[in-house]
Write a protein that binds this ligand. Structure first.
Ligand code: 1PR
Length: 478
C-alpha cells in the first residue's frame, strides 16, 4: 500500500522532477494542477469515487462514493477513462476544478491512494482496515448515481485552539479578545481557561472539524525544546484524532535552555514526529519577508519556511499572518497598498492598510499583509492562516475585505480566521470571498455553537461539506 507520494512513485514520471523516473508499475504521468483559476496545493476533503469506473455498485477497499477523504498535494495523475482499467487496475477519481484525477488505484494486493486515509476520519480508517484484512471488493451500500452525490472539494471548517500555561502552570486552551487572553475582572486578570487541549481537540473531531490547529501562543520559552509540552499534546491528540493537525508557535531557529542551537527545521521535525501534519510560522515569517524585500526579493534558502518546505514539502508549511487595520486619510499617506473599506475608521477614514505584527500582536512592523503573503509564497509556504487582530474574539464575522485582498494576491490556499461568532459567518465568508477554508475558536470553546451546526448551516445554503461518519474501532499500539 502506498499513500500520497507512495502512489506517485509507482507511476512512470512526474513534472515535479522530470529527470527522475518513477518505478513505472502503473502507466501514467503526474502533472501539476493548473493554478490559473484555483488554489494549489489542492488541500482538503474530496471524493474517491469508484462509481462509473468499476462495474456498477462494486467498490474496492471500502471506498464509498459519498465519503470524503483528505488530500494534500500539488501534482496528480489526470484521469483518462479506460486507460488504467485496460491494464486490470480499478480506479477511484476525484474532481478539482475542471480536472479529474486519480484518487486511488488497486490491483491484486496493491492499493495506492493519493489521499491520506490515516487523516480521513472514519472513512479513511475503514480503508486501512479493509486493506489489512484483504477485504478488496465489496458492494457499495449507498451506490447512487455519481452525479447525485456532491463530488469535488468541500468547504473546510477548522477549529483552532490557542494553548498556553496558565498562572498555575497547567496547560490550557485560552482565547483572547484582540489577542488579550486575560480576564478583565476584579480577580486580577487570570489567563482565561476554556478547557484541556487534547479533550477539546477530540470533541471537535467528533463534531466533524476538518482540521485542528494548535497555536502555542507563548512558545514555552523556558522549556527545553525536546520537552515542549505541545509535543505530548500532539502525541496524545494524534492517537485518537484522525484529521490533519497543525501546530504553530515558536517555529524558528532558537537556542535551547542548555545553550545548544536548534534550527527551525529540527523543531518542525520534532513536531512532525509527534503527530503534526503542518507547522505554522508567525513572527519568523515576518522577519524573513522583511529580509526578502531588503535583498530585492532574493531567496537565501536558509529561512525556516524554505528549509522546512524543502524537507517536508510546501503543503507542510503554513504561515500565520496577524495583521491589524491602519486607517489613513489618503493613499499617499502610506507606502503600503490600501483598500477602500466599507467600515470607516475612527475619524471617518475610508482607506486602510493591514499592518503585520509579531510577538502575538504586540509589535507592528513596516510590512503589510499582501507583501507578507506574496513573500512567503515565493519562499515555499503552502497555505496562509489569515487572522485579523481587530476581529479576533469579536464575534462580528470575518474581515471579508482582508480575505479577498489576500486571496487575490496569491495562488496558495487561504484560511480565513478571526471574528467567527455564529454559523452564518461561515456562510458569509464562503459566499462573499473565495477563501479556501474558515476557522473558528471562541464560539466553539464557549460552547455557543458546534462544528456540526456550522456544517448544517453551510449545507442548508447548498455549500458542500464533509460530515463525520460512524466510528471505526482502532487500536493504536506502542
Ligand atoms: O510568532 O511563530 O511564535 O507564532 C505564534 C502564534 O500564536 C501565531 O500564529 C499567533 O497568531 C498566535 N498568537 C500569539 N498570541 C496570541 C494571542 O491571542 N495572544 N493567538 C495568538 C492568535 C488567533 C487565532 C484565533 C482566531 C479566531 N490567535 O488563531 O484563534 O483569531 O478567534 P475567534 O474565532 O475566537 O475570533 P510565532
Amino acid at each position: 500500500m502506498g499513500i500520497c507520494v507512495g502512489l506517485q512513485a509507482l507511476f512512470e514520471s512526474s513534472e515535479e522532477s522530470s529527470t527522475t523516473p518513477g518505478l513505472g508499475l502503473i502507466k501514467g504521468h503526474l502533472k501539476r494542477f493548473d493554478d490559473s483559476s484555483k488554489a494549489v496545493p489542492h488541500i482538503g476533503w474530496n471524493s474517491a469515487n469508484t462509481v462509473g469506473q468499476t462495474s456498477s455498485n462494486v467498490s474496492f477497499y471500502c471506498l464509498r462514493p459519498s465519503s470524503k477523504y483528505y488530500y494534500v498535494h500539488s501534482y496528480a495523475v489526470p484521469y483518462t477513462p479506460g486507460e488504467l482499467e485496460a491494464d486490470g487496475w480499478k480506479v477511484a477519481t476525484a474532481q478539482y476544478g475542471d480536472e479529474e484525477f486519480i484518487g486511488a488505484v488497486c490491483r491484486d494486493n496493491v492499493l495506492v491512494t493519493q489521499f491520506h486515509p490515516e487523516k480521513s476520519g472514519a472513512a479513511g480508517l475503514r480503508v486501512l482496515q479493509a486493506f489489512l484484512e484483504g477485504n478488496s471488493e465489496q458492494q457499495i451500500p449507498d451506490a447512487r448515481n455519481a452525479t447525485e452525490i456532491g463530488q469535488g472539494l468541500t468547504r473546510r471548517v477548522i477549529a483552532c485552539l490557542d494553548v498556553r500555561a496558565n498562572d498555575a502552570g497547567d496547560l490550557v486552551v485560552t482565547k483572547g479578545d484582540q489577542y488579550d487572553v486575560r480576564e478583565a475582572d476584579a480577580a486580577g486578570g487570570a489567563v482565561r481557561n476554556l478547557g484541556k487541549p487534547v479533550d477539546m481537540a477530540r470533541r471537535y473531531y467528533e463534531q466533524g472539524a476538518d482540521e485542528i490547529t494548535f497555536l502555542n501562543i507563548t512558545s514555552f520559552r523556558n522549556s527545553p525544546v525536546a520537552d515542549t509540552p505541545m509535543l505530548e499534546v500532539l502525541r496524545r491528540t494524534s492517537a485518537s484524532v484522525f484529521v490533519p493537525l497543525t501546530i504553530g508557535g515558536g517555529i524558528r531557529d532558537t537556542v535551547d535552555t542548555d545553550g545548544t542551537k536548534v534550527s527551525a527545521l529540527s523543531i518542525a521535525s520534532l513536531y512532525f514526529a509527534s503527530g503534526a501534519d503542518k507547522v505554522s510560522i508567525g513572527s519568523d515569517a515576518v522577519y524573513a519577508a522583511e529580509e526578502y524585500f531588503a535583498a530585492d526579493r532574493s531567496l537565501t534558502g536558509r529561512t525556516a519556511i524554505e528549509t522546512i518546505s524543502a524537507a517536508y514539502g510546501k503543503q507542510a508549511v503554513v504561515v500565520s499572518i496577524d495583521p491589524r487595520r491602519v486607517y489613513v486619510a489618503s493613499a499617499s499617506a502610506t507606502s503600503h497598498a490600501t483598500i477602500e473599506t466599507s467600515i470607516s475608521g475612527p475619524s471617518g477614514e475610508r482607506l486602510c492598510w493591514y499592518q503585520c505584527t509579531v510577538r502575538g500582536g504586540r509589535e507592528g512592523r513596516d510590512i503589510d499583509a499582501v507583501q507578507l503573503a506574496t513573500a512567503v509564497e515565493a519562499m515555499g509556504c503552502g497555505e496562509l492562516l489569515l487572522n485579523c487582530i481587530d476581529r479576533d474574539g469579536s464575534n462580528s464575522g470575518f474581515d471579508l475585505e482582508l480575505v479577498e485582498m489576500v486571496k487575490r494576491a496569491v495562488k496558495i490556499p487561504v484560511i480565513a480566521s478571526s471574528g467567527a461568532g455564529k454559523p452564518e459567518h461561515f456562510v458569509e465568508v464562503f459566499e462573499k470571498t473565495s477563501t479556501d477554508a474558515a476557522l473558528g475558536a471562541g464560539m466553539f470553546h464557549r460552547g455557543e455553537w458546534t462544528v456540526a451546526q456550522v456544517k448544517a448551516e453551510l449545507m442548508g445554503r447548498g455549500l458542500l461539506v464533509r460530515l463525520p461518519e460512524e466510528e471505526v474501532e482502532v487500536q493504536v499500539e506502542g
